[in-house]
Design a protein around this ligand. Structure first.
Ligand code: KG4
Ligand code: ZN
Length: 336
């Protein structure tokens, strides 16, 4: 079985070919074209700009994914596409392309929830994930904890009340005069930062629920930046270190609390912020002492940020084809 996965929910245009053999998902190709350079000029994503770029790239990206996998469209079993959540103009590019391909070739089409896709990036490299599993989604728009009893049986334990973790990285980077996206640059600067110079609040860390909030952290950094006036390079590194520490500390504490309460055997990190190496190490360190029998999974770095492979992966485990006429983009979609 071979699935073509298409992802265009935000600023990436991506297509991938994924094959399933026994219980293993084999990645044949994964092409990601980003309009990041354009968004760096504007300091963030302008939806209209993102969609216009995606229209240019979608066909070449799909052709490249097929040719890298040494396949033709006739070799594909099904087409999987992100139908939400995301930017409406961007989603439409992927959804309409997938529908046209389905109409022209007769291949079934599987609509995939973008958030589910992020979680299923974990199955591409790991066939040994066991349930119950707790997924922490940390992306630009979401910080959510989702408990999986099995494929298709899940419950949302908590979510973002305001700014998501990735959004906090992006907004704080902007306060520090750093470019978009903020996460990778803050991670880099934090390596040279002094962890003792600043301490920022850890919002909702002790609340009894599994919700997250990072807007208070952003405000605390804003006040610090205003009181400092000018920022030298070392100060930027020190603030980056304290910001990253605060975010990681909340994510690890709340996730491990839920993992213990629900006695899970796997923790799955996913979403762009999961590309952060310090976050991964913090989980490994804390779990070694607190939950030695629970396994932690993190997708390879290139599969943490948006990509077509994760959409194809989710489709293998939620194989629910729909007639192309019944598929519409849904920008507000969450887990149904
Ligand atoms: O999952 P994603 O690619 O797109 C959404 O669906 O939102 O996540 C993008 C987010 C951005 O906020 C970016 O700053 C963050 O992921 N990010 C990181 C790192 N790489 C990307 N955050 C922290 N550390 C990183 N290394
Ligand atoms: Zn995403």
């Amino acid at each position: 079985m071979v699935i073509l996965g298409i992802e265009t929910s935000c600023d990436e245009t991506s297509a991938a070919i994924l094959e399933k053999h026994d219980n293993q998902l084999l990645l044949k190709s994964n092409i990601v074209s980003s309009s990041l350079a354009i968004h760096q000029k504007t300091g963030g994503i302008i939806p209209e700009n993102a969609a216009r770029e995606q229209i240019k790239y979608i066909i070449p990206v799909i052709s490249q994914a097929l040719s890298d996998a040494h396949m033709q469209i006739s070799d594909i079993t099904a087409i999987a596409v992100t139908y939400g959540p995301g930017l409406i103009g961007s989603l439409l590019v992927g959804v309409e392309t997938a529908k046209t391909l389905s109409y022209a070739t007769g291949k079934p089409i599987i609509p995939v929830n973008h958030m589910l896709g992020h979680i299923y990036a974990n199955w591409i490299d790991h066939a040994d994930i066991t349930f119950p599993a707790l997924a922490l989604i940390v992306s630009g728009g979401h910080t959510d904890l989702v408990l999986f009893e099995n494929h298709g049986t899940y419950k949302i334990l908590g979510g973002t009340r305001d700014d998501a973790a990735g959004e906090a990285f992006d907004k704080i980077a902007r306060l520090l005069g750093l470019s978009y996206p903020g996460g990778p640059i803050i991670e880099e600067k934090a390596k040279k930062g002094n962890p003792k110079r600043f301490t920022f609040p850890r919002p909702l860390v002790g609340s009894g629920d599994y919700d997250f909030s990072f807007s208070g952290l952003k405000t605390a950094v804003l006040r610090e930046v205003q009181s400092l006036g000018t920022l030298d390079e070392q100060t930027i590194c020190d603030i980056s270190r304290a910001t990253q520490n605060a975010i990681i500390s909340v994510l690890v504490k709340k996730t491990l609390k839920a993992a213990k309460e629900y006695d899970v055997s796997s923790i799955l990190l996913s979403g762009g912020v999961a590309a952060n190496q310090t976050l991964k190490e913090a989980f490994i360190q804390n779990m070694k002492h607190q939950m030695p029998d629970t396994k932690i999974f993190v997708p390879q770095k290139s599969l943490c940020t948006d990509n077509g492979a994760m959409i194809a992966a989710a489709a293998f485990y939620h194989y629910n084809p729909l007639p192309w006429k019944e598929i519409t983009a849904d920008p507000q979609l969450y887990f149904e």
